[in-house]
Design a protein around this ligand. Structure first.
Ligand code: SAH
Length: 277
């Protein structure tokens, strides 16, 4: 594929580019990300970066795995940052490739600050984050005019791996009609309990979406109260979404329609009277 003739920034040796790879499907890469893959000398990538995306890198580029995944031995964050600094100082074009968007629950800010402290020049290339891109492939818009005027993104675990307790869960439960949780699978029971305890209806529609945008994508449509009992059916990476927008999936599951699902033009039953009078 030829990149279009638009002006793309030069990847200068000694620079680090912090690049979002999107949720999985390589077609969701930005042009800047594609350009960086072609130009980089070294690619330092995370566990969530799809192998099909790594395959697009310049074949001469060195690929370094810096995945951080629960349960597996993984490099410590300061070591990753130090490695980026070292590679840049050695004069390489360093592509730091992260799943989704580097600045959304991706520690991109921490790495960028380490580069600033070391005097290394850098650029940030945003990516499509899982909450918007992944849910779009699940047929769930994160906002819909008839349903919600706000959406909240939440991480299901903090730096220690626990459900964040610096959050006001009652405020969260009442704050936005649509909540999207990253890294939520492990603590789904506690998350659901805290939201219901904060006043959220246990019967509210919810969905667990795993490996979104890939061939392994799975979507479980359920309710807030029943979701924890379904968590064992799937493996990470998973998003958990709570809100009436989940019902739109009956009409908007375009990805499922590719394999024959029949779509409903009025999934919210908003216009049932339209033809009556
Ligand atoms: N920076 C990333 C998020 C990293 S945190 C972004 O912007 O998307 C990792 C979490 O992202 C996972 O635990 C999961 O909740 C979510 N995630 C990333 N890719 C996903 C995918 N393809 N399907 C479902 N969830 C995904």
């Amino acid at each position: 594929m030829e990149l279009p003739a638009i002006s793309l920034p030069e990847f200068v040796p000694g620079w680090v580019w912090l690049v979002g790879a999107g949720p999985g499907d390589p077609a969701l890469l930005t042009l800047a990300a594609m350009h960086a893959l072609r130009a980089a000398d070294v690619v330092v990538y995370d566990a969530l970066v799809d192998p099909r995306i790594l395959a697009l890198a310049n074949p001469d580029a060195e690929q370094i795995y810096a995945g951080k995944r629960g349960g597996r031995p993984s490099p410590k964050q300061p070591d990753i940052s130090a490695r980026l600094v070292q590679l840049a100082r050695a004069g390489h074009r360093v592509l730091r490739l992260k799943g989704g968007d580097p600045f959304v629950f991706g520690r991109g800010g921490e790495e960028a600050l380490a580069l600033v402290a070391a005097g290394i020049p850098f650029r940030v290339v945003p990516g499509i984050t899982a909450a918007t891109g992944g849910l779009a492939y699940a047929g769930i818009p994160v906002t819909h005019r008839d349903v919600n005027t706000a959406v909240t993104f939440v991480t299901g675990h903090n730096v220690k791996g626990d459900v964040p307790d610096d959050l006001d869960w009652t405020a969260l439960a009442r704050g936005a009609p649509v909540l999207v949780f990253y890294m939520a699978l492990k603590h789904l029971d506690e998350i659901a309990a805290r939201l219901i305890g904060g006043g959220r209806d246990a019967n509210e529609p919810a969905a667990i979406v795993t490996s979104a945008t890939t061939g392994e994508q799975q979507v479980i449509e359920t309710t807030l109260g029943a979701a924890p009992s379904r968590a064992h059916e799937v493996t990470p990476p998973a998003l958990f979404v709570v809100g009436e927008v989940v019902r739109l999936r009956a009409g908007l599951d375009w990805f499922g329609a590719l394999s024959g699902r029949v779509l409903d033009a009025d999934p919210l039953d908003l216009h049932t009277d339209r033809d009556a009078g």
